[in-house]
Design a protein around this ligand. Sequence first.
Ligand code: NAP
Length: 416
Amino acid sequence: MSKKLKIGLFGFGCVGQGLYHVLKNSTGFKADIVKIAVKDKAKLRTVEPSLITYNKWEILENPEIDVVVELIDDADEAFQIVSEALRRRKHVVTANKKMLAEHLEELYHLQYEYNVSLLYEAAACGSIPIIRSLEEYFDNEELKKVSGIFNGTTNYILTKTLTENLTYQEALCQAKDKGFAESNPVNDVEGFDPKFKAIIIALHAFGLIIKPSGVLNIGITTLQEIDIKYANEKGYKIKLTPHIHHITRDKVSVFVVPSFIKSQNHLFNVDNEFNGVIVEGKFSGEQFFQGKGAGSYPTGAAVLSDISALSHGYKYEFKKYTQNQILSFSNDVILEVYFRYNSPNDLQYLHFEEITEKYSSDSYYYVIGKIHLEHLIGYREYILTNNLFISLINERVEISNDEKLKKSFKKEFQIF
Ligand SMILES: NC(=O)c1ccc[n+]([C@@H]2O[C@H](COP(=O)([O-])OP(=O)(O)OC[C@H]3O[C@@H](n4cnc5c(N)ncnc54)[C@H](OP(=O)(O)O)[C@@H]3O)[C@@H](O)[C@H]2O)c1
């Protein structure tokens, strides 16, 4: 594919305009945006009117267009556009993590069936080239874990509330003004956005297609002054962290929770809108990536990198997915957490495997203890509606007692 690509662009908001700017200013790579589909007829546009359309078929039915770039903020409509484009044998680049996480399986099959390429580097951690690194560099190596900070908005809010004493609302408004926060911040602050990214990454790191509904996400909406005070006193920073852990020979767990992070951790100094990704390989050890996870130009640059890769005929081979013989998704894991609650009754609902520290005062209580992930999933709604806060401590994740039993049993009887 060496000819100059003709692009049909959907969406001309934060990322769409970023891509337009980055492409215009690219010295190495050239492509033509021939049409831009948007929604709101009343909005003033900064490009010549002949480029704009409000009719998606003007792009999808245009035989001259070989690449559809989908950058809209509506996941359901995005899925219609992307699947139709693939069926019409157009290559697709998208940044829409919600749409991808919800439809990974269908999209995986569609791009094979129609022999076209679907690329989405910008959908997971903005400008950090994590998908292609997993696909091309770590394709041969068994990974132990991928974790990090996958959401710029919450990291910005946490940085400003922890270090500059801004209120949650003030920090969120700033994040919106700077273009980091999505139009609907619920996806960010409730941890859905990093969960969608973790699901995309789990496919390329471990070869698993996981349904979002099975994966726990607890965000930062119930964080209170007292939790910040506790973290500061202990020398922790609070970060919202997705975890994709290879926990036993055949199981991978995935979850998103706030975490207390110690200064020795790479993520400790990943602040503001920056994202960080830690990849731990069986032989290569720990690798750390840091970069801008959101924003107009960094995300636009990631989209342009995919378009450029397309011009060289690049296609994901989903190597870990085709190699995977034994791995499956599991929530059978124990987490060590700080749990802050508001009345002694709250503790009765949550079953802890072990409690190592307990504190109570007139106004609040906390425990440090070990809790099963399945159990936490069952009480997610209770935790959120009662304004309780839970935080993983320093990435302490263990295999469950059941798995420990199985392991010692296997050892004793030499099963393998
Ligand atoms: N913002 C970031 O930093 C960032 C980072 C990584 C990934 N992403 C992803 O990138 C995508 C775009 O995000 P954004 O921040 O650029 O959103 P945005 O600023 O809200 O812009 C959305 C654009 O989509 C257009 N649109 C919505 N529905 C449409 C439809 N049915 N047909 C055609 N156009 C439609 C809107 O049209 P109007 O202009 O007419 O309103 C607008 O131009 C999302 O999937 C987001 O998750 C964003």
